[in-house]
Design a binder for this molecule. Structure first.
Ligand SMILES: [Zn+2]
Length: 105
């Protein structure tokens, strides 16, 4: 499962902090894969952009402060357990229990 720690040069100038850039790309890809698992659209209105993970039980669900790698692993487990649905940002924020269930990276 391990990927190389560094990305290969793509011709673009290296960022000042390539590690952090790599991590962001990795996170975005993994996150996109999880979103695809959930059908790529908002469970409520069908919106396909600005999607967020919405957990069925927000009381047990707080990933703030959790490292991004671990956070994605938690998402994957919860998705398999059927506890997460996709909501677009507007559906998610209009919910009564407007607890933020996903922290932007
Ligand atoms: Zn929606």
């Amino acid at each position: 499962m391990h990927r190389p720690a560094r990305m290969r040069a793509t011709g673009k100038p290296l960022s000042q902090n390539p590690k952090s850039v790599y991590r962001r790309i990795w996170y975005a890809r993994r996150r996109a894969a999880l979103i695809a698992l959930l059908g790529n659209c908002c469970a409520s209105c069908g919106e396909t952009e600005f999607l967020q993970f919405d957990h069925a039980d927000t009381r047990d669900w707080d990933v703030r402060g959790v490292h991004s790698t671990k956070r994605l692993r938690i998402y994957a487990e919860e998705i398999r357990a059927g506890k997460i649905q996709l909501l677009c940002i507007s559906c998610n924020s209009s919910k009564q229990d407007a607890t933020e269930t996903e922290v932007p990276f």
